[in-house]
Design a protein around this ligand. Structure first.
Ligand code: PXP
Length: 251
């Protein structure tokens, strides 16, 4: 299977807004972070407008839409409220994620197979508005088949389990998860789906995923924003980019 162009890096700026909201101030501004990320070579910006607005706000989305030079990947739950916001703004991409109020972050992938009819109806107007629809799922053939049947153009594979297993030193299980993701990337690509991946990725975990030839985009946020505290946003992104490119050219 041939590699189809450069692996894109989408920088998720949610946690710049988390820091801002911790004090109810106007800073640090996630839109400024998005502009710096663009300058640092981000190929896209990802922002998740959660139902409880715990980090990104409606106004952030408006300003991102108005100012970004690179594509916006708008993450959202499958609710009517979010659907209306996405249709109003028409972002380049909409990534549908599961959302629970009590979770710290998006814990699992979307259950597409059980909600197939509902999701098929849900994404149709988003596609008609011109957004590419991406579905955030675990590396599971049932979910991939369902995402394909409902008409999604993209799947984003949830890398959280792989990254957690790595952090916990459970390397056999980590490698098994990696094998599953590799196999499912190939499978999804064979169906004509564009394959992205993200969640929990760090400098230590990015390279094996970046080496999958079918993966077109990685979406990375929390680690980059954390690392930016120590080395600045531009160098933090540049190092991620360097690791991704090195893994890709070695593959
Ligand atoms: N992709 C999706 C679909 C996500 O929900 C998230 C977290 O918001 C990310 C990527 C980025 O994850 P992280 O912030 O852990 O890098």
């Amino acid at each position: 299977m041939s590699v189809q162009g450069k692996l894109r890096l989408g920088v998720n700026i949610d946690h710049v807004a988390t820091v801002r909201n911790a004090r109810g101030s106007a800073y640090p501004d996630p839109v400024r972070a998005a502009q710096l990320a663009e300058d640092a070579g981000a190929d896209g910006i990802t922002a998740h407008l959660r139902e409880d607005r715990r980090h990104i706000s409606d106004n952030d989305i408006e300003r991102l839409v108005a100012t970004l030079r690179v594509p916006l990947n708008f993450e959202m739950a499958a609710t009517e409220e979010m659907q209306a916001i996405a249709i109003r703004h028409k972002p380049h991409a909409v990534c549908i994620v599961p959302e629970k109020r009590e979770e710290k972050t998006t814990e699992g992938g979307l259950e597409v197979a059980r909600e197939e009819n509902k999701l098929a109806h849900f994404i149709t107007p988003l596609r008609e508005a011109g957004s590419r629809v991406s579905i955030f799922i675990a590396a599971d053939q049932r979910q991939i088949d369902a995402a394909h049947r409902i008409g999604a153009q993209v799947i984003e594979l949830h890398t959280g389990a792989y990254c957690d297993l790595h952090a916990e030193g459970r390397f056999d299980e980590r490698d098994a998860e990696l094998d599953r993701m590799r196999e499912m990337s190939t499978y999804a690509h064979s169906l004509g789906l564009e394959v992205h991946a993200g969640h929990g990725i760090t400098y230590d975990t990015v390279q094996p995923i970046a080496a999958f030839p079918e993966i077109m985009e990685l979406n990375i946020g929390h680690f980059i924003v954390g690392e930016a505290i120590f080395r600045g946003l531009n160098p933090a992104i540049a190092e991620m980019r360097r690791l991704m490119d090195a893994a890709r050219s070695d593959a």
